[in-house]
Design a protein around this ligand. Structure first.
Ligand SMILES: Nc1ncnc2c1ncn2[C@@H]1O[C@H](COP(=O)(O)OP(=O)(O)OP(=O)(O)O)[C@@H](O)[C@H]1O
Length: 297
């Protein structure tokens, strides 16, 4: 449905996206995780044709790219980007904003009422935006996307400024919406991505350095916190298995996949003397994030 092919873009000699390739399909929510200034927004801007890459292309449905105005129009009919709060019109009501998006993409506003109810916006949506709190504005931005109801949605910082209850509400809505859509979510709420993303891409130095998939095939690790000194002594005393990790100078992860049950038990018993609290499971988005971005000395 959407394909990035060899996309490169640099600003002032700094390569932000470096020969990026990606294939994404309908029915997927794809999380994008990376620290500030890495290139998430730039990637969305390339997908939406707000910036032209220095090289490479974005393809939609295998054939459309931004070759001419006709193709641009065709693509923009199926793609919406998450509005920024600063682009809201202070003197217009929330419902007027939703109608704007609904008319632009659907040519109708009949579907707006259920969205207002689903997002619990009934008590404020008719008021002018200038009276809204940060969280109310953010819910409106999300409601505008739901009103646009496009097959492809690019959601940058969708959870910004939302309290726990509203993060949960928007997460539920994302899961309900994804069936017939491709949704990208760039977020710094990493464990929240684990709730609804089908995969999470980690962007670093212009490339995807890792893709975390939420399928049964994730590797299982024995995970325990140890100090760098303890890690050093474990490494010198024992021959840690290939693929082990010491994430962010505190988390030792020992891969268990392929080990016999007795071998697994042996590792657990050996680790008990370093830390009695250990868990077994795949790495979460937070742990991968620390693996790739934590500054260690
Ligand atoms: N128009 C531009 N001109 C020059 N540099 C730019 C421009 N747009 C982005 N950059 C640079 O590209 C890099 C990536 O920026 P981008 O906004 O894509 O990051 P991001 O991952 O979305 O960050 P954040 O999490 O802060 O939103 C940054 O170093 C930024 O300064």
């Amino acid at each position: 449905m959407l394909k990035l092919s060899n996309v490169t873009i640099a600003y002032n000699d700094k390569i932000v996206l470096d020969s990026l390739d990606l294939t994404a399909n309908k029915g997927e929510i794809i999380g994008v995780a990376a620290p500030n200034g890495t290139g998430k927004t730039t990637m969305f801007n390339v997908m939406a044709n707000f910036v032209k890459p220095d090289s490479g292309h974005v393809f939609f449905d295998g054939k459309y790219t931004y070759r001419n105005e006709k193709e641009e129009l065709h693509i923009h009919r199926m793609l919406a980007t998450f509005p920024e709060q600063k682009d809201l019109f202070e003197e217009l009501s929330g419902v007027a904003h939703m109608k704007l998006y609904a008319n632009m993409w659907k040519g109708s506003t009949k579907h707006i009422r259920p969205i207002i109810d689903r997002l619990h916006m009934g008590h404020y949506v008719k008021r002018k935006v200038r009276t809204y709190s940060l969280g109310m504005r953010q819910r409106l931005c999300f409601a505008m996307m739901m009103a646009a109801d496009t097959p492809i949605m690019l959601m940058d910082e969708v959870m910004n400024g939302l309290d726990v209850e509203n993060v949960a509400l928007i997460s539920e809505c994302l899961m309900e919406m994804k069936q017939d859509k491709l949704i990208f979510v760039a977020s710094h709420l990493l464990s929240n991505l684990d709730l609804y993303a089908d995969r999470v891409l980690f962007l670093k130095d212009g490339k995807f350095v890792h893709e975390r998939k939420f399928t049964g095939e994730n590797e299982t690790f024995l995970k325990l916190e140890v100090s760098p000194e303890q890690y050093e002594s474990i490494s010198s005393e024992l021959s840690l298995p290939d693929g082990h990790m010491f994430i962010a100078n505190y988390l030792l992860c020992i891969p268990l996949l392929g080990m016999s049950e007795s071998e697994q038990t042996k590792w657990m018993a050996q680790m008990l003397k370093y830390n009695k609290e250990m868990t077994v499971g795949p790495l979460g988005t937070v742990e991968y994030y620390e693996k790739y971005y934590a500054k260690t000395v």
